[in-house]
Design a protein around this ligand. Structure first.
Ligand SMILES: Cc1cc2nc3c(=O)[nH]c(=O)nc-3n(C[C@H](O)[C@H](O)[C@H](O)COP(=O)(O)O)c2cc1C
Length: 301
């Protein structure tokens, strides 16, 4: 069985990755998950400065998913490079570092700094957060998306992944922007904007008011985004959203994703990602396939 996949200039030993923000900096999973077996690990998004994130509550369980408004709580790039990257380099799989900035320049500088480090296989641009400084949201405007990807691509040799938000009218337009900017792949999707309300207190439950919905509730939305982009844009896709079992993985692959990221499921089933690696060969065997690549995007329409 050939489980390897290629995403632009990024090659992975298998298509099962863990999603940023749901696996800490990987150290937290030591002794629980054999991280070396995964296709890649994505630590929590880092920013130029450390951030404490939003006021509590920051997560709320809803009837069919998790709503969060963490607010990019992270240790900042200096601590990441000094403390977390040396550990991550030794875990035995590809490390994709997620970065976020307020401005285009922030993204470029972070990607340049992180991307030049030994042991970083790719940089994921978290374009799913509003750019407060210029009032532009990189992930909701195709031209802003193209520009920030192109600027980063110009200044670093590392493969660039663009992670997009589903909270847009036409996600294929934004993905086209990322492709035009030279992204190696697009990652679809970040969380779906939502709100939870405590009617007795007449207040939103999250400190931030609104938050992002994740988990099995959003799988059909994520799968639809992958499907729409796969049919309209010529760029490798990483599928994310509600993936919890091997059938979910196979659905994303056949719809056009070349790899997948496991997010919320890590919280309630921490070893799910390595189990999916174990289950992949048998699932491919069911359709008489001996390679993941041959199965990607083969949906009959
Ligand atoms: C608690 C929590 C924190 C997250 N933090 C980040 C983050 O720092 N950067 C990022 O790009 N996505 C972040 N995400 C989004 C996930 O990476 C993923 O895109 C999303 O949750 C959908 O996948 P899922 O349904 O499998 O969780 C976070 C999600 C959750 C639930």
């Amino acid at each position: 069985m050939d489980l390897s996949v290629t995403l632009g200039r990024l090659q992975l030993k298998n298509p099962i990755m863990v999603a940023s923000g749901t696996f800490g900096y990987a150290r937290e999973m030591e002794g629980i998950v054999d991280v070396s077996r995964l296709g890649a690990v994505l630590p929590k998004t880092i920013t130029a400065e450390p951030r404490v994130g939003n006021a509590p509550w920051r997560t709320v369980e809803t009837s069919a998913g998790l709503l969060n408004a963490i607010g990019l709580d992270n240790d900042g790039v200096d601590a990441f490079l000094e403390h977390h990257l040396p550990y991550l380099k030794e875990v035995g799989t590809s490390i994709v570092v997620s970065v976020a900035g307020r401005t285009e320049d922030d993204f470029v500088k972070l990607a340049e700094r992180v991307g030049s480090q030994d042991g970083v296989a790719a940089v994921e641009l978290n374009l799913s957060c509003p750019n407060v400084s210029g009032g532009i949201d990189f992930g909701t405007n195709a031209e802003s998306c193209r520009k920030v990807v192109a600027a980063t691509r110009d200044r670093t040799d590392v493969p660039i992944l663009a992670k997009l938000t589903p909270n847009v009218t036409r996600i294929a337009d934004i993905a086209q922007g990322a492709a035009d900017g030279g992204a190696d792949a697009v990652c679809l999707i970040n969380t779906v904007l939502g709100i939870a309300i405590d009617w007795r207190r007449r207040k939103p439950m999250l400190g931030n008011g609104m938050g992002g919905l994740s988990g099995p509730a959003i799988k059909p939305i994520a799968l639809r985004c992958v499907y729409q982009v796969a049919t309209a844009v010529d760029i490798p896709i990483i599928g994310i959203g509600g993936i919890a079992d091997i059938d979910d993985v196979m659905e994303f692959l056949v719809a056009g994703a070349s790899a997948v990221q496991i997010g919320t499921a890590n919280y309630y089933d921490p070893t799910v990602s390595t189990r999916l690696v174990d289950q992949l060969p048998a699932a491919l065997g069911e359709i008489d396939s001996d390679s993941v690549s041959a199965f990607i995007g083969t949906l009959n329409r």
